[in-house]
Design a binder for this molecule. Structure first.
Ligand SMILES: NC(=O)c1ccc[n+]([C@@H]2O[C@H](COP(=O)([O-])OP(=O)(O)OC[C@H]3O[C@@H](n4cnc5c(N)ncnc54)[C@H](O)[C@@H]3O)[C@@H](O)[C@H]2O)c1
Length: 343
């Protein structure tokens, strides 16, 4: 059911009207829901009047621990299953209303293992789309990535920026978006694709070989070593807190938009040098930055325009980078001390 929400505030907004749907009594599947972003999405969905949430995740990267709080709620079930199992996918999606698809292999993993990336990100996504159609899922929210744009040809990048991607990961996300679009055209698949910028926040992987710059810097500081920057640190990105990304997913589901792709970012440019300096300031560290020769870099500049998401989804980030980084540090400290206590 759609309800009408009138645009409020300024004169310009006066005539804008948006249709937003209620989630009362709905049954939702979150594929990849035990991961970093997916688990935050599950937490936020629980604040909605949904009837059931099934988390479908093979736990290659996600963990049950990420869902510790969510699993206390009777509405949540965790299924340790793979999107490559079409029969299981079809059974699980039977009778459900909505699907969020966040399962994917990460950028560097795709670089190292392109066949595995093809299997999960392309074939797995095809399986998800097919199962959505078979089971008449009312809407699919697909996690794409700003990687589809590659290096920015202009900043900020709007959704019309060309696919300047040169990575296999980006190729899989272009494929995912295009499969959704093709099946919208042919079978009327109701979908929205979200192109996330650089997500950070609690539950972000800090242990595996595939970790983000923030976690690498914190790791060095924790070991009393200077943080390292590859190159001169002028590479710039658009960092967005995971709770904001989770909220964007729910807004995309509730909106009446279909077959659209949206940048999900803060729209703020932060260089790696600025980011590291901010972390040093927040942690009161006296360490000096160590500059190393430029290593393997996939993209050097990427900042997304936020206009389309603001206009269509009413999405705007709420968490500033400094408060978000403080939250990550607190969370990471609690994890590290928990680990020490358990050993
Ligand atoms: N983190 C970022 O900065 C970022 C940026 C752009 C796009 N994205 C996209 O957002 C989504 C979520 O990213 P994240 O950082 O939370 O990643 P994540 O790795 O924490 O979450 C992905 C989840 O998918 C699960 N998964 C992987 N393969 C699976 C399979 N074959 N079957 C079932 N489950 C499987 C993993 O166990 C994991 O829990 C991904 O699609 C990612 O490509 C992330």
């Amino acid at each position: 059911m759609y309800i009408l929400i009138k645009g409020g505030g300024s004169k310009q907004d006066e005539h804008k009207e948006h249709l937003f749907m209620e989630l009362k009594n709905t049954k939702i599947v979150v594929i990849g829901g035990a991961g970093f972003t997916g688990s935050h999405l599950v937490d936020q969905l629980l604040k909605e009047p949904v009837k059931e949430i099934v988390v479908y995740d093979n736990l290659t990267r996600g963990t049950e621990d990420n869902l510790k709080n969510a699993l206390r709620d009777k509405r949540v079930t965790l299924l340790k299953e793979d999107i490559l199992f079409t029969d299981v996918l079809n059974t699980v999606l039977k009778g459900k209303d909505y699907v969020f698809h966040l399962a994917a292999l990460w950028l560097k993993h795709c670089y190292d293992y392109p066949r595995a990336a093809f299997e999960v990100n392309v074939r797995g996504t095809f399986n998800v789309i097919e199962a959505c159609l078979k089971n008449k899922i009312k809407k699919l929210i697909y996690s794409s990535s700003a990687s589809v744009y590659g290096n920015a040809l202009e900043i900020p990048m709007t959704e019309d920026h060309p696919f300047n991607n040169r990575t296999f990961y980006g190729a899989t996300k272009v494929a995912g978006e295009q499969m959704c679009r093709a099946f919208n055209e042919r079978y009327g698949l109701n979908h929205v694709g979200l192109r996330y910028m650089n997500i950070y926040g609690s539950r972000q992987d800090y242990k595996s070989v595939y970790t983000s710059v923030i976690m690498k810097v914190l790791d060095r500081l924790y070991k009393n070593k200077p943080p390292q920057i590859y190159g001169d640190g002028s590479q710039s990105y658009d960092f967005i807190h995971v709770a904001d990304v989770a909220r964007a997913n729910i807004l995309a589901l509730k909106s009446n938009k279909t077959d659209e792709f949206y940048n999900i970012g803060a729209g703020t440019r932060t260089t790696i040098k600025e980011l590291v300096k901010l972390i040093l300031k927040i942690t009161n560290s006296k360490q000096k930055i160590q500059y190393l020769p430029q290593g393997l870099t996939f993209v050097t500049h990427r900042i997304g325009s936020t206009n389309k998401a603001e206009k269509d989804l009413r999405f705007k980030t709420k968490i500033q980078l400094d408060e978000g980084i403080e939250e990550v540090i607190k969370w990471r400290d609690s994890q590290v001390s928990k680990k020490l206590l358990n050993n």
